[in-house]
Design a protein around this ligand. Structure first.
Ligand SMILES: [Zn+2]
Length: 203
C-alpha cells in the first residue's frame, strides 16, 4: 500500500455526536496510517498515539467539529504541529500556501522522496506542509528508507530467482539466505499491519 493513500471518505451510517467516536472508522479509512506523515499505528505506539485531526481547525470552524468530512486520522506529532494553523483555503494547483485536503489530493503527487528518505515539496502547498508539520523528522526518514529498501528487496528477489540455475552447487546456502531475507521482509510487513493494542484502547 502506498505510504500516502488518497483517503476515500466513507462516513458511517450512524452519525455520532462527538468526533472522538469516529476514531476507529478514520483509522480504517486511512489504512491505519497518519494522513500527513504516513507512519503506521504499529510503528508509532498504537491507536492512543493517534488523534482525530480536524482538517479545518475546530477553534476556527466550530460548526465542523463533528463533521465527518472534516475529520482525518493523524499521529499525535503531526496533529500537534498543525495545531490551529489555517493559512487559507487550498487551490487545485496547490500553488497557494494551504493544507491540501487528504481526501481531495493524492499526497504522493505533492512530494519527491530522495534516496536518503527525505521529502521535498513539488509546489508551495507541499513545501509549507513539510515545514509546518516537520515531515523530515528523524523517525520518518528511517521509516521511509526502510519501506524503500523493502520495495527494492522485493524486486531484487524476483531477479535472483530468475537466475537460480546458475547457483552451481550452492543452492542450499542461497536458498537459506533467500528464505531468511524473505522472512525478515514478511515480518516487517506484518508489523506495519499489526495493531499493538486492542479495542479497549479505541478512545
Ligand atoms: Zn503523522
Amino acid at each position: 500500500m502506498s505510504r500516502w493513500p488518497l483517503i476515500a471518505k466513507s462516513p458511517p451510517t450512524q452519525q455520532e455526536r462527538h468526533y472522538r467516536l469516529y476514531k476507529e472508522a478514520l483509522s480504517i479509512e486511512s489504512g491505519r496510517r497518519c494522513v500527513y506523515c504516513g507512519i503506521t499505528e504499529a510503528e508509532f505506539g498504537g491507536l492512543r498515539n493517534f488523534h482525530v485531526e480536524h482538517y479545518r481547525p475546530k477553534s476556527r470552524f466550530a460548526a465542523l467539529a463533528n463533521d465527518y468530512d472534516n475529520l482525518f486520522f493523524a499521529c499525535g506529532i503531526c496533529n500537534v504541529f498543525k495545531g490551529d494553523d489555517w493559512p487559507g483555503d487550498p487551490d487545485p494547483s496547490n500553488n497557494a500556501i494551504a493544507y491540501p485536503k487528504p481526501s481531495n489530493v493524492d499526497y504522493n503527487s505533492l512530494f519527491s522522496v530522495d534516496d536518503g528518505g527525505a521529502v521535498s515539496g513539488r509546489n508551495p502547498a507541499a513545501v509549507y506542509l513539510i515545514e509546518r508539520v516537520h515531515l523530515n523528522r528523524a523517525q520518518l526518514i528511517v521509516s521511509r528508507r526502510f519501506e524503500k529498501a523493502l520495495e527494492e528487496l522485493s524486486a531484487f528477489l524476483d531477479w535472483v530467482h530468475a537466475f537460480r540455475p546458475q547457483y552451481q552447487g550452492r543452492e542450499g546456502d542461497l536458498e537459506r539466505l533467500l528464505h531468511l531475507v524473505v522472512q525478515l521482509a514478511q515480518y516487517q510487513v506484518r508489523i506495519t499491519q499489526a495493531r499493538p493494542y486492542g479495542p479497549a484502547d479505541q478512545r
